[in-house]
Write a protein that binds this ligand. Structure first.
Ligand code: PSU
Ligand code: MN
Length: 330
């Protein structure tokens, strides 16, 4: 397929059924600040990743740290992005730098990918975009992608009864035979409604050491539908395989991993910041794909960077868990 560029290292690993972890890049191009760390507690960041360069932009360091984390745990990172009119799976360090520093870079979901390909612009892949890239790799006969790591998946935004702003992440997870490893559903959306929606779509939701749905930086949500408790990754891998047998290898599984309690932000703080952020978004007329990045950056300001520390922490933790799962599934 001429619009699909797969890095030789990823190609080789997939061909030999070695563990590969797919990574989305919307978090790099739209989810995190393009500025160096400008908040208190910078030592927390270097505790999470000792190679993190604080004078470099946060989004670039996160992209680098995710890849390092996957490699350190024994898999090959398959970072996905759209640039120069092609899907790219697996990037050179200079390409990672390029997507993180390109001011015009946007994000692409499955529904906006074609437009980004057409204009030749650079777009970070959302979860739905990255899963689409993985499906193209499978269709091209290059191997079987099994695991994707992200921070928190998109979902059903608040106010859905007036206007159903629902992330394409949900339907694409439902139709792609991969396991998405996340800290659950982003706390900026309606978490219980998103849990219900995933159940309707037939997506099993596993909780690593939890019965309650993890919700990103805000711990777990007791009001959301309960998730399937798994004690450890071996059990998660068993359930994933059993699901794929049952549905004849068709649908996706969501493995949720709660952020450790000490790093979570209090629910009231997150809820209050969310309400303010949504009001600011309506006042500024921010809707559609711009809504998630707007809410995340508002949250970072409102919490003086504490939401970012939690976000980076869960992203790296999820990358490590995803890698261990990929090793079990390969
Ligand atoms: N996780 C993060 N930060 C992010 C995202 C996830 O910690 O920015 C991205 C993911 O790529 C996810 C996307 O797929 O946000 C959801 O965007 P939307 O609601 O517009 O579909
Ligand atoms: Mn949307």
């Amino acid at each position: 397929m001429e619009r699909l560029v797969v890095h030789p290292e990823v190609r080789e690993a997939l061909a030999e059924s070695k563990p590969v972890v797919f990574l989305e890049t919307a978090v790099t191009t739209a989810g995190l600040p393009r500025t160096a760390w400008a908040w208190p507690n910078q030592d927390r960041i270097t505790q999470l990743d000792s190679d993190w360069q604080l004078d470099q932009s946060t989004n670039l360091e996160l992209a680098r740290a995710m890849s390092r984390c996957v490699r350190a745990n024994g898999a090959i990172p398959a970072t996905t992005v759209i640039m120069d009119g092609c899907w790219h799976v697996g990037l050179e360090p200079t390409e990672v730098e390029r997507i993180a520093t390109d001011e015009s870079a946007s994000k692409a979901s499955v529904s906006t990918a074609a437009a980004a390909l057409h204009t030749g612009s650079t777009a970070g892949t959302t979860v739905s975009g990255a899963l689409t890239a993985a499906s193209m790799v499978r269709s091209a006969g290059l191997g079987t992608p099994k695991v994707l790591a992200t921070g928190g998946i998109g979902g059903v935004h608040h106010g859905w009864s007036d206007r159903p702003d629902v992330s394409a992440d949900l339907s694409v997870i439902a139709e792609t035979p991969m396991t998405v490893v996340s800290a659950g559903i982003k706390s900026i959306v309606d978490v219980p409604a998103t849990g219900e929606w995933l159940e309707t779509l037939g997506v099993p939701i596993l909780g690593l050491g939890t019965h309650e749905m993890p919700c990103f930086i805000a711990g777990t949500d007791p009001d959301a539908p309960a998730v399937q408790f798994v004690h450890h990754l071996e059990e998660a891998a068993d359930l994933v395989q059993l699901h794929w047998q049952a549905v004849n290898g068709k649908g996706g599984v969501l493995l949720t991993v709660p952020l450790e309690a000490a790093s979570c932000l209090p629910r009231e703080v997150v809820q209050k910041a969310n309400i303010n952020a949504e009001q600011a978004a309506s006042a500024a007329g921010v809707t559609g794909p711009a809504r998630t990045p707007f809410l995340l950056s508002h949250m970072a300001e409102a919490t003086e960077g504490r939401s970012l520390i939690a976000n980076i922490s869960l992203l790296l933790h999820n990358a490590a868990v995803a890698t261990k799962l990929a090793c079990r599934l390969s």
